[in-house]
Design a protein around this ligand. Sequence first.
Ligand code: PHE
Length: 360
Amino acid sequence: MTDLASLNAQALAAIDAAASLDALEAVRIETLGKQGSVTALLKSLGQMSPEERQTQGPAINGLREAVTSAIAAKKDALESAALNARLATERLDMTLPAPDAHAGSVHPVSQVMDELAEIFADMGFAVAEGPEIEDDWHNFTALNIPETHPARAMHDTFYFPEDAGEEAKQMLLRTHTSPVQIRTMLNQKPPIRVIAPGRVYRSDSDATHTPMFHQIEGLVIDKGIHMGHLKWTLETFLKAFFERDDVVLRLRPSYFPFTEPSAEVDVGYTLVNGKRVIGGSEGWMEVLGSGMVHPRVIAACGLDPNEYQGFAFGTGVDRLAMLKYGMDDLRAFFDGDLRWLKHYGFAALDVPTLSGGVGA
Ligand code: PHE
């Protein structure tokens, strides 16, 4: 029937011309919807004579199937075109070079702390920690600095207001990392080999002192420990840290209440174009306090000083960073000046390792 043929051609043309899913839906309603032209034809089958229906039935059903599948095919095509268009707008060019300036950097103090932890880990030292808000027993008394001791005044301590109530502990901001020695000896059994890096506080401020600075403590407790072990450990550490084999140490007799004997450690430098370079022995710079742990400190931690001996040392991390990387004003460390950080900071992925080099 020409009627059916023209309807078929018309419907297929309309489907083909539909430019969007909405337009296609309108064509579907016009043909296959309740009031649609193809639906009307299907309904007319009911009024036909059986003979007529026999010829018309397959033709009308064929038309419905042709229109249905044409709509489905067009729908697929329109949907994938829409997806491709969206993907094209969301495209990321993976071949674009990444920006070469890294956004953040590791602060020199953090980097030096990581370098120190790496060096000492290689010598079998674990990292120990203690609180920055300490009580005076851990910070002073247990370290053989009784209340009347002049060393208490020397530390320019920040004290918290005294708690008047019961027999409260006097709290303070720790003035050195040495209280971590006490906490470690109280909490673990010898043999002990730890370093304790962290923040310390003293009421002091000029070009070489800031109220907050960083120290690293070292502690070894075992049987038969002597000054020779101390000297070897410090020498090995300083050679690895400054990445030079010609580092020379000088141990000068000194005094700390918590070590006996005590030694201050100087490291030798050479003048190169008027600048101090670590290595050799033209001049000396003090870098460390150290000594054999005082028997009274060992006893205060519940150990028998006749059985156990040990050595301890402490040094300023910021000072070590200044010496190694040639910085001259300690205050710049804590200014948060982006220009300074950019100049001295370390790339985030520049992780210190003994094999790859601890410094930049
Ligand atoms: N705690 C000392 C200081 O802050 C350093 C030190 C540590 C000295 C351990 C001897 C042994 O100056």
